[in-house]
Design a protein around this ligand. Sequence first.
Ligand SMILES: [Zn+2]
Length: 582
Amino acid sequence: LKKHKIILVVTILIILLAGFGVQTYITGIWSSWVDYRSPLSGFVVAGDDWSSSAIGNRVIIILIDGARPDVVDEYSSKGVYQFIRQNGVLFSNAYAVTPTYSVPARAAISTGLPHELSGVSSNWYDAGTLEIPSIFSLAHNRGLYVAAIGDGSIETLFGDYLDVYIEIEEKEGHMYDSINAAIELLDSNNPPNLLWIGLADVDHYGHLYGAKSSEYKSAVEEAGTLIEDFIQFLMDKNIFDDTLLVVVSDHGHLDRGGHGGEEEVVKRIYLGLVGGGVKQNLEIVESVYQMSIAPTILAYLGLSPNLIAYSPPLHKAFMDEYQEIFSRYSSRLIEIYLDALYYLMQEYDIDPILYQDKLDQVLEYKNLISNSILNKDFVQALNYSSHAYSNLEDIYGEIRNSIITRTSAIRYSLISVIGVISVLLLYISYKLLLGRQLIIPFTSAVIISAVFWTMFIGLFGYSTSMSAINVLEDYITAVMFSTLLAVIIGAVVASIWLRKILMYVDKWFIIVSVYLITILIAMIILSIPTMIMIFQYGYKVIFPFPNWTIGYLYYTSVLSIMFMMLFNWIIAVILVVFLYKK
Ligand SMILES: [Zn+2]
């Protein structure tokens, strides 16, 4: 009798300690995500030998944080939204890349690279100014006047290249103050050539009240009015005609508020261009990504295409006389993209011969583009360059896949070993401990896992999407309480059942056995997303990125396992309380 009591107390302590061990593991996963480094950070782009005429003198990017295009559409006859429809180009199928967070989106907009190549993978990025070329670094290095207003993330990511940064406190009226600061800056003798204006209110109300709320909607409307007034100022000041205005959002919002995941309403962004050289009254319906914005801006300012630009520039938004600039620009971008792919293949020990056909095709397109440019057939040149781009994207996709699959054999064996050990443990429990009564802890473990996910999704309202991790503390609390409730309910069910059929003489023996087996099986069931993640991608966030939905479920399941280990004593206590007097 005494022996079993000692075993119980010792196991509780061991599992508790192991729970703290899992906490270290979780911290490791978290840092692998937020401290992620781009494999291209050591990639030095070719020298600045670009000479092209600029389309205009100035680019102003106005970021309406978190504005959902379908909500913007409700105001399409108002403010800047109407102005862009009539006097500019609207991209009605523009997309952000996942995870759909603000800071990675700013990096994608400014570098032309998706998150796994820009190196900015989360909102918690704090590794200082980005090494990868960006619109800010290239403009700054060319001696242009670069400024940003009201967007701390731009300071974090590109601080070294900003000549001026004006902080606007993120409280009510942020939009109004930011636009006013911009007007003041542009009203001087020396207005900036590249200006970023961040408007935070829409996202703020999105998080507080959701995208269906009147607060969110009126912030969208107000942004439209403020930007329209701003355009009026540019016209009065006579600088509208040599300025490109990019009005864009970084991501959308869920109806109930939140973003980060892969939901359509979260991935869709607003994107409109207006200003000197831009076509009028045009809606472009083909899908474009936020990575197309950086090369568009650089081509507009006549700056060298020294970024990799994962997506081609938005040349269709510009008047015919500028298609030559975009043809030459795209052609150079293709070269740099190709260089970057060779660099990646070298870094990851991949033989280019595997993609020889597609690489040859790209080179062939390169020749066709050059010939078309010589013949002044720029429409054809840009046509070929879009083919070249889709080939490059294919090759990039295949490189990703080959990196992901090549270590899968090791991961598969690891998972198999864990599987065999689990089955063995269950068999031992069956033979030595409980026999047919194994059904009791088994049921209780199934209940624990089911209650956990039901609580987490049903009660706390977390979907199976990354959009949940907006307020980190709330999310962790939800996982903790769901686990706590699951553990209590699972243990109570096991105890009541055992009370009815208790047949062992040694009560303490059955308490220890049921307690142990419940935890073991619950851990196996809860770790299913963990196994899927480790099997498919490994246990850390590395290049190339995992599927974020699986990654998020993985993180959630490891968290719930940790809490179950920390709460493991509750199962024992409930069993003892229920069975002690029987
Ligand atoms: Zn947000």
